[in-house]
Design a protein around this ligand. Structure first.
Ligand SMILES: [Zn+2]
Length: 441
């Protein structure tokens, strides 16, 4: 009798085990297929030979992976709790990583991957990928082993050129170039070229680094050299660094940086110049004592030079505005902001290029723009008419080394051609005439 009972108990246990295995494998299959596409799902049923897939330093075949994107207002805790990671573990992870890999720095719309060794338990790893350049591995079982890994970037030297027909944007698109190159070009030449007055027929040539990771282009790296020609003025910016300097220099070895930026906003257009004009709100002719730069609401407004904030206020006409005192009895003022940079207050020291606020239309303004005012010796003047002296060249002893670098970069820039096929006949003809004139003067 005893034996029979034992067999019956074993039989029941066996049946239960069978049910558990069945339910569990079904669960596995559904969860696994959720992250596979149709082709791969079909492939699974025919049991192909799987080559190990390496990702984030893991052999992915040993793990069950869930890939997703962080949603707006979603915190790491929300994601992990949803995947059955107990709150205590999440708390330990956050505490252990707060100095180096703070989980509060995770951002919406970035991808993440959860890895499980065993699908019946909670995930073992949370991998966050803020950009193709790096990823973070959070170890949920041993948070102290969490780390950030920077991927190896291969720099590939590239060349680009273009002739402006309508806008810089269109020129980039027509020549199949990455728009990020515009930013690089502006960074190098912003002190010399007024990018708000770009004209039809202006030309540029660039040498730059393209970033490759595992054979894929992931972005634009550093600019090495730039050439810009407008109104028969030629500008060169050559990147150079030694123990004492780094940055862009002109052909004489003077830093491209000037004490004042040409404008307080990037990628904007001048919507109203300094001088007499018909005021759109007051409906009468009035002296306009500033230069208006139209840009979308929220565009960062930059301090054009180092200085100290002398005013941060709101008035009926100016709206939210900031005034900065610079050396040489010069002040600059930025009007109609939608928002201040909360960290920049009266008395704050600001650096050239630092964000002080954001474009808006507070005060007396019809559209989103920044009214930029330049004060010298207490009087408002047109900053675009100021001829501020260029800085001194680097010390003479360093010049030979610089000239060697300059010559090699300039030779490459000189050799870059333009793609005339993307231009209108009129502009293409003009460029060809110029080139012929150069070769047989
Ligand atoms: Zn204005």
């Amino acid at each position: 009798m005893g034996k029979v009972r034992i067999f019956r108990v074993l039989g029941v246990l066996g049946f239960l085990l069978f049910i558990i295995v069945l339910l569990n494998s079904k669960g596995n299959y559904q969860r696994a297929s959720a992250s596979l596409n149709l082709d791969q799902a079909i492939g699974l049923s025919s049991f192909p030979i799987i080559e190990p897939t390496l990702k984030y330093g893991f052999v992915m075949d040993y793990y069950h992976a869930v890939e997703d994107v962080i949603k707006e207002n979603e915190f790491l805790a929300d994601i992990l709790l949803r995947h059955n990671v107990p709150y205590e573990k999440i708390h330990k992870l956050a505490a252990a990583t707060k100095d180096s890999l703070d989980v509060r720095t995770l951002r919406a719309n970035k991808s993440y991957t959860l890895l499980n060794v065993d699908t019946t338990t909670a995930p073992d790893y949370f991998i966050y990928e803020p950009s193709p350049y790096k990823f973070r591995v959070y170890d949920l079982n041993d948070p102290s082993k969490s780390k950030e890994v920077k991927r190896k970037v291969d720099k590939v030297e590239k060349m680009a050129s273009g002739i402006i027909e309508s806008s810089l944007w269109n020129t980039m698109i027509n020549n199949g170039l990455d728009y990020d190159l515009t930013t690089r070009m502006e960074d190098a030449l912003a002190w010399s070229v007024d990018f708000h007055h770009i004209q039809k027929g202006d030309q540029f040539k660039l040498i730059y680094e393209e970033d490759h990771i595992e054979g894929e282009v992931v972005g634009i790296g550093d600019l090495i050299g730039a050439y810009f020609k407008n109104n028969d003025h030629e500008y060169f910016a050559i990147y150079f660094e030694n123990e004492r300097h780094n940055g862009f220099f002109d052909l004489e070895g003077r830093s491209m940086k000037r004490a004042f930026l040409k404008s307080p906003v990037k990628f904007s257009r001048i919507s109203s110049s300094f001088g007499r004009r018909f005021h759109p709100i007051l409906k009468k002719r009035k002296m306009h004592l500033g230069t208006d730069y139209a840009a979308p609401k929220g565009t960062p407004i930059l301090a054009v030079a180092d200085g100290v904030v002398s005013k941060r206020a709101f008035t009926r006409n100016n709206g939210r505005y900031v005034k900065i005192k610079h050396s040489g009895n010069i002040s600059t003022q930025y009007l109609h902001m939608s928002k201040f940079n909360s960290k920049v207050k009266k008395g704050s020291h600001v650096k050239q290029g630092q964000v002080i606020g954001y474009v808006g239309k507070t005060g007396l303004a019809t559209g989103n723009h920044v009214c930029f005012r330049f004060w010298k010796d207490g009087k408002q003047i047109n900053h675009l008419k100021q001829n501020l002296p260029p800085p001194d060249p680097m010390p003479e002893a360093e010049l030979p080394r610089y000239y060697a670098v300059r010559d090699s970069i300039k030779n490459i820039l000189d050799s870059i051609d333009f793609d005339l096929s993307v231009l209108s006949q009129e502009v293409a003809q003009k460029v060809e005439d110029e080139q012929n004139e150069k070769s047989n003067p």
